[in-house]
Design a protein around this ligand. Structure first.
Ligand code: FMN
Length: 194
């Protein structure tokens, strides 16, 4: 387990972040700092107090798991990590640079291969559907949007670029990331310096 630096709660004012938010698909080939990665992960799914995460969740069921594919991050080996919200830490999953393969799973969208960091939002539906039945599925998708928007805005705040990617083959991504049966990939966000 790799403990991450504490998130810095200061930044640009929210109106500037909203106004400047735009999808960015081309990144400089420069590394991200581990502090920047920590800040983005916190914005996406970090803890705001002992129980609650940064994005709202139906019934606080927290169905999302956030994977971080690190390709060019100072102080982190290339590979796939799982973000542990409570611990604000990373758990190493696969010790290999999978960006090129992930790019192939996503219709060769090259921004995935070129990004220093790629987030993969994965859902465990049953955490929510066991309380809300079929509507729970929709709730999980809505929650993913909340979380992804936090990433967009946090990236603006730090001068980084990102784009939400929904066009990919989920079965191929599942295989590549060695996800379990209950884990469903929903969204991919490549991130880099612009
Ligand atoms: C659900 C969803 C799926 C998307 N999928 C992709 C994608 O696969 N590839 C991509 O380059 N952009 C994707 N986008 C980004 C949109 O193309 C982008 O948000 C849109 O063109 C508006 O531009 P803006 O984000 O700069 O305002 C997606 C956006 C959403 C909301």
């Amino acid at each position: 387990m790799i403990k991450l630096p504490r998130a810095d709660f200061r930044g640009k004012i929210i109106e500037d972040c909203i106004r400047e938010r735009m999808s960015k698909r081309y990144y400089r080939a420069e590394p991200l700092k581990i502090e920047e990665v920590a800040q983005i992960l916190w914005a996406a799914q970090g803890m705001i107090n002992k129980e609650k995460r940064s994005a709202p969740s139906a019934g606080a069921t927290y169905p999302l798991k956030l994977y971080a594919m690190c390709g060019n991050v100072d102080g982190l080996e290339k590979g796939l990590y799982l973000y542990l919200s409570q611990e604000h830490a990373l758990e190493e999953k696969i010790n290999e640079d999978l960006r090129k393969s992930l790019c192939k799973c996503a219709l060769n969208q090259e921004w995935i291969e070129k990004a220093a960091l790629v987030l993969i939002f994965v859902a465990v539906y049953k955490r929510t559907t066991m309380y809300y039945g079929e509507r729970g599925t929709m709730y999980v998708h809505i929650e993913t949007g909340h979380s992804a928007q936090n990433v967009y805005l946090e990236c603006v705040s730090m001068g980084l670029g990102t784009v939400a990617v929904g066009a990919f083959h989920p079965g191929e991504v599942k295989k590549l990331l060695l996800l379990s049966k209950e884990e469903e990939p929903l969204y991919i966000m490549p991130i880099g310096r612009i």
